[in-house]
Structure formats: C-alpha cells, structure tokens
Design a protein around this ligand. Sequence first.
Ligand code: PEP
Ligand code: MG
Length: 360
Amino acid sequence: QPELAGDFGTLMAWADKVRRLKVRTNAETPADCRTAREFGAEGIGLCRTEHMFFDAGRITSVRQMILASDEAGRRAALEKLLPEQRADFAEIFAVMAGLPVTIRLLDPPLHEFLPHEDAEFEEVAKATGMEVEALKRRAGELHEFNPMLGHRGCRLGVTYPEIYEMQARAIFEAAVEVAEQSGAAPVPEVMIPLVATAKELELMKAVVDKAAEAVFADKGRRIEYLVGTMIELPRAALRAGEIAEVGEFFSFGTNDLTQTTLGVSRDDAARFLGVYVEKGIYARDPFVSIDVEGVGELVELAAERGRKTRPDIKLGICGEHGGDPASIAFCEKVGLDYVSASPYRVPIARLAAAQAALAK
Ligand code: PEP
Ligand code: MG
C-alpha cells in the first residue's frame, strides 16, 4: 500500500497503532479509489452505482430502460448496460486488490435520468423503435411529487428486479474475471438501499444470490461475497433484529436517516438549520455531525438489535458523518466496525478514530 510521506505519514502510522475502527472510503471511480488507497483507505464502504448510469456513452440505454413499456424492453436495454457495468466493477476491484468493496445497487428516483430535450427523446426513439410522443407520455407518468420518498432504492429493485439482476451479474462476472487475472480475489459486499422491511431485503437478496449462482456455474469459479443493507430509515432501525436475519452487514446511511428522522429535507435544510444551531435547538448541524440524541439513538438501537440476531454482523457508516470527527467518536462509542469517508477525509478519519479510541 502506498504510504503518505514525511511527518504526516509518521502521524498516520501512530494513529493506526491505536485506532480500532477501520476506515473505508466512499468512491465510485478508479481515480477516487486510488486516491483513497494512497490516503490509507482499507476498503470501499459505499460505491454509488447511479453515478455510472449518467455516463455520456450509456445514458441513452439507461433512458431506454426507464421508458420501455415492458420487461422485455427493459431487459434489452439492460443487456447493453451489462458489459459497461462489468468493466466499471472490474476496474474498481483491480484497484482495491482484495480489500472489501461495498457496492450499492441503484438508488435514485428514475426520473433523474429522463430526457428533457427533443433531440434526447429522438435518440431514445431511434434506439427503441418507440414513437417520441409515446416516450414523452411515459416520461410524464414517471413524475413524482416527492421523489426522495418515492420510487427509489430497493423499491426499484422490487418493481423491476431485472435492474438489480443485471447489476449483480456485472458484479460477479467482474469479480471472477479479476480473481483469475490478478490472483487477489475481490471481496464484494452487495448493498441494498432504502430498505424498510425484512421482506424487501429477502426479495432482493434472492435476486442477488440467484445471479451469483448463475455466474459461478457459468464460469466454474466461486467468489465469497456478502449481501447486506443500508439502515437509513427509522423503520429499518427499529426492525433491525429481523432485518439482520437476512442481511449479513448493516451500513448506516446517516444522510437519509437524518432526513427521515428529523423530517428535514437534506436538500433544503440550509435555509433554516443555521438559525436552529444559533438558537441552540441542535448543538451542531445534524447533517454534518450525528444528532446523537435522535439519529444516534436509532443507530445504537439498530446496532444492538442487529447484533442480538447475528452476533458477527458487520456494522459501518457511510453517510457524510463517516468523515466527521465528532460523529466518528460516536461510532467508536457504539462499537461500529468501520467508518467510510470521502477520499480526502480518509486521513482525518484515521486520526479521529485514533483519538476516539484513546479517549475511550
Ligand atoms: C445516506 O443516505 O447516508 C447515504 C450514504 O446514501 P445517499 O447519500 O447516496 O443517499
Ligand atoms: Mg441514502
């Protein structure tokens, strides 16, 4: 592993001697993964796959998938996306060289990918053979009044399992390919977003496991992997005991968990949270430092309930709080296994994890 040079490297080495928490990174490009490794990341805690879907070379296929009128149409578009996803994951696995890589299946509301310009609709019409007018009608039908609480996360996987099936196939095909080329077998952890109930996770895990078995049978080689979930809704935190019967790890998505626990939109909070902090309603901006009494209590409770069901359950955090020193101290206190921070915050997370361990 590349090491940071000079006094900074020495300080990091001291931090690593005393910290208990592992430090991973949130990254989805090979360049970010490399940067994070240079800063000492010990794996990927969150690879957001939706960013890959915006790539200029594939957005038309993504739009074709969304606007298709039936499953056959969606599958035709997904077949085009499969080799590109496989290449995305293969590059990341190669850079991470046998370290754990948590890949989150598609999360955002589908309308985010919709075409706006006539030329974009015409491009999709050319690819699908559908009329522009029909495509526009379908795009209109996808409108949501409150997309962040709408058709996103595992709800996409429940309604269109073929999307998650394609992503799982891409993950396992890439993992086998990299294992054969490099000798360092990748360690994929497939993560299901926005789960509220154990049944959602059960359905999605079945899709992932089935895709894995098909790939392993086809390639004649198996890869060890985990299937787990984000805990980012209060209901998931409360029902963590039964969710842990299915999920092999939890990663706390404290961005959404803060939004849904406080009932404050993460995109609009800036308008009034400054005043709230000034008036002492919240001690700190809860989207920066974990709101220990509210969101923190849900995290603690979910960790306890998850561990009761599955004592060896792996617990991490991948919301923005994973790179915030005060929140890292809280993660140490409740005994999470790792924090995951953006690449440039990995060194501060290593240091904060050490300080938290010393304070304890
Ligand atoms: C979260 O909700 O904390 C999270 C990490 O997911 P995202 O920010 O992508 O919603
Ligand atoms: Mg989230």
